[in-house]
Design a protein around this ligand. Structure first.
Ligand code: FAD
Length: 377
């Protein structure tokens, strides 16, 4: 039987970031992935300063930076009321709020980095079963049997590690589908814009001097109809719903779509099994914080494993649960309040929300706090 101290399931950003962060001279690391090769995400997303510093520490930021787009402002407004809020890096006394990057580029740079480390990849290898014996966890995969001390689920929202490890979780569907594509635009500036349309939040994020990425989380009952639309008609819908003129938009990539679900695992670690990133928690993409929150898990878990090693599995579980559950719960709760407040149909809630938003827009301290939260996950 193959043995690794650390067995990571999943080669998404979390899996390869974690493998890059654990000391492979001290601990042997394996990664199993059900795909035959790395499946590189085609999404662009926002990363905060803390994630950027982490990528710098791993010495991969220099490869990502040439295609990363810095942003200084976020503007959020509602199409139906008068609610408007703006976050500005200058107000917070910082240069930038974050960068828009290609998620696939982060994965690619980290996988390349792993070529210089002692990490074994097992492609085309799906986790099927786990059993505990007195000292190790025995994993049956579609091709092998692998024993380990730490089994780490970086296997996304439908995590097999979470299911096979019998972790309890709360989950529900947002009944929305994220429709994602890049668009050519003549008017780009360093601002993320997000508006709450009648059918769901529509965000436009600058990705370079000529292109934006669109993330439109559309209620399921309309999403199918939107996915069937001709490109010209879709572009018209963006202009109508967005309410701010971007000039001539045109698609520069194909449309992708993702079902949107919420998930919170009740615990993130037990009996030598750990959950990281989307396997432990998933939130609505309107906050642009899911990957950042997952990298926060990676930083914490890698630090504890490097510090305490293979003999302190129980202690590491306790520290990881203590550090990562509260911060992710707080994030999920604030995002739910934000989303539900914006989507409320009740006129009183809408009025309250709009005035709360305008109020918040004038409250520098509150906004500063929110920005700190978003940058320090
Ligand atoms: C539309 C959209 C926009 C987003 N925008 C942002 C943003 O702006 N900012 C931000 O911070 N976050 C954003 N996110 C969230 C972010 O993309 C995710 O949090 C991140 O991709 C999660 O990565 P992961 O490695 O945890 O999981 P995944 O990327 O899902 O990787 C899981 C891996 O595990 C493998 N796997 C699964 N099961 C098994 C098994 N049984 N055996 C072996 N391998 C297995 C899979 O094949 C896959 O490779 C967005 C998400 C969406 C949907």
């Amino acid at each position: 039987m193959i043995h690794h101290d650390v067995l990571i399931v999943g080669s998404g950003v979390m899996g390869v970031a974690l493998a890059s962060s654990i000391n492979s001279d001290e601990l042997s690391i394996g990664i199993i992935e059900s795909n035959p090769q790395p499946s590189l995400s085609r999404r662009h997303l926002s990363i905060n300063q803390k994630s950027l510093n982490f990528l710098k520490d791993l010495d991969v930021w220099k490869e990502i930076e040439p295609n990363a787009y810095p942003y200084q402002k976020i503007k959020v407004w509602d199409q139906e009321g008068s609610g408007y809020i703006e976050f500005d890096s200058q107000e917070a006394g910082i240069d930038l709020l974050g960068h828009i990057v290609s998620e696939g580029q982060i994965q690619k740079s980290l996988i390349k980095k792993l070529e210089t480390k002692k990490v074994s990849f097992y492609w085309n290898n799906k986790l099927l079963d786990i059993k505990n014996n007195s000292s190790d966890i025995i994993c049956t995969t579609s091709n092998d049997q692998i024993s380990c001390k730490f089994l780490i689920g970086c296997d996304g929202i439908n995590s097999s590690v979470r299911d096979l490890g019998k972790f309890k979780s709360r989950s529900w569907s947002y009944n929305q589908t994220a429709i994602v594509a890049n668009l050519k635009s003549p008017n780009i500036d360093s601002t993320i814009r997000q508006t709450f349309t009648k059918i769901g939040p529509l965000a436009l994020l600058p990705i370079n001097d000529d292109e934006l990425t669109m993330i439109w989380s559309i209620d399921d009952k309309f999403a199918y109809e939107f996915l069937q639309k001709e490109k010209e008609d879709f572009l018209k819908e963006i202009n109508v719903h967005f309410g701010e003129n971007f000039g001539n938009l045109d698609f520069s990539t194909e449309i992708q779509h993702f079902p949107l679900n919420h998930l919170s695992s009740k615990t993130f670690a037990k009996d030598g099994i750990f959950l990281v990133g989307d396997a432990a928690h998933q939130i609505h993409p309107l906050a642009g914080l899911g990957l950042n929150a997952g990298l926060g898990d990676v930083v914490c878990l890698a630090k504890e494993i490097n510090e305490h090693g293979r003999s302190e599995v129980k202690k590491i579980s306790q520290i990881y649960n203590r550090n990562r559950i509260p911060v992710n719960l707080a994030l999920a709760a604030s995002m739910e309040a934000f989303k539900r407040g914006f989507e409320a149909k009740n006129i009183w809630i809408r009025l309250l929300r709009n005035s709360a938003f305008n109020f918040a827009n004038n409250l520098e301290l509150l906004k500063k706090k929110f920005m700190e939260f978003a940058t320090e996950l």
